[in-house]
Write a protein that binds this ligand. Structure first.
Ligand SMILES: [Fe+2]
Length: 162
């Protein structure tokens, strides 16, 4: 492997990720890595980005299993990539994470933003409900997601948007 291969690269989603994809390719093996509390965080994140790059419903649902992780950091990263994947199969799980007041605020924030990024307007009432959450990070994320959904809707009807 040349040194160049180790330089962080821009992913197919346009992001520079905190870890490169895993060399593993099977969803079952990647799910095992994702959920293994004994593995270093870097290895578990590599599984997150491989599953994201897979793009399938199955990969998306495998990522949702990772919300059982003890690590709020990992759960937040999963919510972020589910937003990147823009797959509606993740919505029930994201709604559950946003609505769980025992969940870490960072995860609830990212779940709300992912719901906006996915772009399905069925989540409007839930985002409206949690835009009144007592935690400002949750409330503000819901407002951003609602604004994004409104902007996308407007962009569909108007040629020129700022
Ligand atoms: Fe975030």
């Amino acid at each position: 492997m040349s040194n160049d291969a180790r330089i962080p690269h821009v992913s197919q989603y346009g992001s520079v990720d905190p870890a490169p994809p895993s060399p593993l390719t099977r969803i079952s093996e990647l799910t095992e890595r994702l959920c293994d509390e004994g593995l270093p965080m870097f290895q578990r994140m590599r599984a997150v980005f491989s599953l994201r790059n897979e793009r399938s419903d199955e990969a998306c649902l495998a990522l949702c299993k990772g919300f059982t992780s003890n690590s709020a950091l990992l759960r937040h990263e999963i919510a972020y990539v589910l937003g990147q994947m823009q797959n509606t199969v993740a919505l029930p799980t994201l709604i559950e994470r946003l609505g769980d007041d025992k969940e870490h605020v960072m995860v609830r924030h990212e779940a709300a933003e992912a719901m906006g990024a996915i772009g399905d307007r069925s989540v409007l009432p839930i985002l409206e409900q949690f835009s009144l959450d007592p935690l400002p990070e949750v409330a503000e994320s819901c407002i951003v997601a609602l604004d994004l959904l409104a902007w996308v809707e407007g962009a569909e009807f108007e040629e020129i948007q700022c």
